[in-house]
Every structure is written in structure tokens, then in C-alpha cells.
Design a protein around this ligand. Structure first.
Ligand SMILES: *[C@@H]1O[C@H](CO)[C@@H](O)[C@H](O)[C@H]1NC(C)=O
Ligand SMILES: *[C@@H]1O[C@H](CO)[C@@H](O)[C@H](O)[C@H]1NC(C)=O
Ligand SMILES: *[C@@H]1O[C@H](CO)[C@@H](O)[C@H](O)[C@H]1NC(C)=O
Length: 260
């Protein structure tokens, strides 16, 4: 990944941090896009002061996403790899009949519409990435999905719907558009199941993951690094140059949710 410019959104969360750290160890220049919590980025920024830079971006704000891209490009040049990872998930269990329109719209905005904004900005700068005489340029978009996009998620229909759209029609359409800009450009999805992080700790303490582990062959939770390794594999034109529109499930063989 030497010299490649990678953008990671949601960089201040556990998964974003693990992705950023892994790409940094592989020599990439990483633009860290975060919203809150710049504090969690401090150690990376100190440790890799030449290789990474943090930008606060409100991912649902069209102008802010444009500016985040422009600032990142000014710093490290055009963007080879864009990893769109941020999301919101409301912990409370809320069935559709009790869900407010506000909650639905907020989740769709953050978990789906802002992915459109990021993918669009990445595509708009791709045409500048392509040198006149070299078709072999690395260009890869990775979105972070969720097993909720495959199996649904009871009492979280907003989140499951956004992830399901990303994992199916969004990348199925996008993969056939980006090759008109760069013939080797690829887009893929990395799909985590339950990941042990500070964000899920409360839910794990309540035992909410147990119904899921009952259908999971490996019978354990994933780690943020498991997700990062999958992203690295898919981003590299050495390991994944013929892989596009893949939905890579990092779920330990999960077969769904035990319902009752
Ligand atoms: C983020 O952007 C959206 C869309 O422009 C806006 O509605 C929202 O208030 C912004 N959030 C903050 C905290 O500024
Ligand atoms: C990866 O891309 C570089 C240039 O961006 C190219 O030189 C190299 O041949 C590519 N590798 C493969 C395996 O396609
Ligand atoms: C493309 O990526 C490969 C590793 O995946 C790297 O060796 C190569 O230098 C990259 N090429 C460019 C032009 O960034």
C-alpha cells in the first residue's frame, strides 16, 4: 500500500481505527474522517504523524463531504481507496409500529444517503487519478455492511434496510458505472456480524449477542482487526484485482438469528 491514499470514514470508531492502523502499517497515507471523538485518533496521529491526517466531516452534509474530500486530496493527493465505514445504530429495540419517522430518516441519512455522497465524491475525483498512459491504477471502494443487510434485524428495520440496500443494488449498480472511469476500478462490501468493541459492550453485557452465536459455527464474536484484514485484502490490486461486487461475510459462519 506504499504511497497509496486511503480514506477511512468513521475513523474514530473501533472498526475505523483498526482499518486505519492496518493500512498505515502497510505504508498507506490515510485520511481519517471522523465526526466526534478526535481524542481516540490521537495515538495514531502521533505514531504516524507523516502518514495520516484527521478531518472532521458531517457525512450527511453534502458540502462537508465535498470539503472533506478536497482537504484530503490537498494533503495526500488523489484518493485510491475509499473505505466508507461510519454508521448509526440505535441500541433501543423499537418495532416498526413504535418507530418515529425522525429515527427512520436519520438512520437512512447517515447509513445510506451519506454513502451515496461519499461514493459520488470518490467517483468524481477518479477521472483525475487516471494517468494518460497507464490503465493499471489502483482504485477501490469498500463499504462496510452488516449481517442485518442479509438476515434483517428485528426491531431495527431502519438499520437493516440501509445496509441491505448498500450490499445489493447499490454496489451492483456502482460496479458497472466506475469501470467507465477506470477499467480496473472495483467496489466491494465487507460485512461484519457482532464485533467486540466499546460500542457493542453494553449490548453484549445484556446478552443480546447470544441468540446470534447460537447460529454461528465459530461460536465467538469477531474483532475489529478481522474486519480490517478483509478490507486490506479487497483494497489491494495484488490480492483482489479480479474481485468486484463481492460481499465478504466476516461472520464466523452465521446462519441467521434464533427467533424464539
Ligand atoms: C449535519 O448535516 C446535516 C445536513 O446538512 C444537518 O441537518 C445536521 O444538523 C448537521 N449536524 C450537525 C451537528 O451540524
Ligand atoms: C497494481 O497496480 C499497479 C499500478 O497501479 C500495476 O503496476 C500493477 O501491475 C498492478 N498489479 C496487478 C497484480 O495487477
Ligand atoms: C497498487 O497496489 C499495489 C499493492 O496492492 C502496490 O504494490 C502498487 O504500488 C500500487 N500502485 C500504485 C500506483 O499505487
Amino acid at each position: 500500500m506504499n504511497g497509496q491514499h486511503v480514506v477511512v470514514t468513521g475513523a474514530a470508531g473501533a472498526i475505523g481505527l483498526a482499518i486505519a492502523r492496518l493500512f498505515l502499517t502497510q505504508g498507506a497515507n490515510v485520511s481519517l474522517h471522523y465526526y466526534h471523538n478526535v481524542e481516540t485518533l490521537r495515538s495514531l496521529l502521533n505514531e504516524y504523524s507523516d502518514q495520516c491526517q484527521a478531518f472532521s466531516v458531517n457525512a450527511t452534509d453534502e458540502q462537508a463531504v465535498k470539503k472533506g474530500f478536497a482537504d484530503s486530496c490537498n494533503h495526500f493527493g488523489l484518493i485510491n481507496v475509499c473505505i466508507v465505514n461510519h454508521d448509526v445504530f440505535k441500541e433501543d429495540d423499537i418495532p416498526i409500529w413504535a418507530m418515529s419517522l425522525d429515527q427512520w430518516q436519520n438512520t437512512i441519512n447517515v447509513d445510506l444517503t451519506s454513502y451515496f455522497l461519499y461514493a459520488r465524491e470518490w467517483c468524481r475525483q477518479l477521472k483525475h487519478l487516471k494517468p494518460a498512459n497507464d490503465d493499471n491504477i489502483n482504485a477501490s471502494l469498500i463499504v462496510i455492511g452488516s449481517v442485518a443487510g442479509n438476515f434483517g434485524r428485528v426491531n431495527h428495520i431502519d438499520y437493516a434496510t440501509a445496509k441491505g440496500a448498500l450490499q445489493s443494488s447499490f454496489i451492483k449498480s456502482l460496479k458497472n458505472e466506475i469501470v467507465h472511469i477506470i477499467p480496473q476500478a472495483r467496489c466491494n462490501v465487507v460485512t461484519p456480524s457482532w464485533i467486540q468493541t466499546a460500542m457493542t459492550e453494553g449490548l453484549i453485557q445484556q446478552g443480546k449477542h447470544i441468540q446470534t452465536l447460537r447460529t454461528t459455527s465459530l461460536r465467538k464474536l469477531g474483532s475489529a482487526d478481522d474486519i480490517a484484514q478483509a478490507c486490506l485484502f479487497l483494497a489491494s490490486n495484488r490480492t483482489a484485482r479480479h474481485i468486484t461486487e463481492e460481499v465478504m461475510m466476516i461472520h464466523g459462519g452465521m446462519e441467521g438469528h434464533a427467533l424464539w
